[in-house]
Design a protein around this ligand. Structure first.
Ligand code: SF4
Length: 147
């Protein structure tokens, strides 16, 4: 049985920024028999609903910035991610919601400080940590074969 870490919104948890979910029954069908370990760094750090955030290339590297307030939001997410992996140990596969600035594996958008789009294919903050840990990671839409 694989241990699969997966964005909680794909399981139907109402943890998106707007209080909705990204329930993906076809994807879950493909994971039948696996142990699913849900995560949502943004809900844990900021609650739901919450203001959106974007990834910005800064002089300190890539940071998450709240679109409403301009406040940096990276650190609470990074803390959640470290605790998540300390708590759950070995993970065989990471499935992140595509395009999320936290969970997207190679589909998150990156902007410069003037909000010009630099890339649409970077890893979100949680996915960055996953990649650094050499865990196999994939965007949900790719896993489903929709992309
Ligand atoms: S994409 Fe990630 S951060 Fe956003 S709601 Fe889903 S699990 Fe939470």
């Amino acid at each position: 049985m694989r241990r699969v870490a997966i964005s909680a919104c794909l399981l139907g948890k109402s943890c998106r920024y707007d209080g909705n979910d990204n329930y993906a029954p076809a994807l879950l069908e493909m994971l039948k028999g696996d142990e699913l370990i849900p995560f949502c760094p943004e809900d844990a750090a900021f609650g739901s609903p919450r203001p959106t955030m974007d990834l910005i290339e800064t002089h300190r590297g890539i940071e998450a910035v709240c679109n409403e307030s301009g406040v940096l939001r990276s650190e609470p997410i990074r803390t959640y991610v470290r605790n998540f992996f300390d708590r759950h140990g070995m993970i065989d596969l990471f499935i992140g919601k595509d395009r999320s600035p936290s969970c997207g594996v190679c589909s998150a958008r990156l902007y410069d400080t003037q909000k010009n789009l630099l890339s649409s294919s970077v890893a979100g903050l949680m996915a960055q940590e996953v990649i650094e840990r050499n865990i196999v990671a994939i965007d949900a839409e790719k896993f489903e074969g929709r992309e």
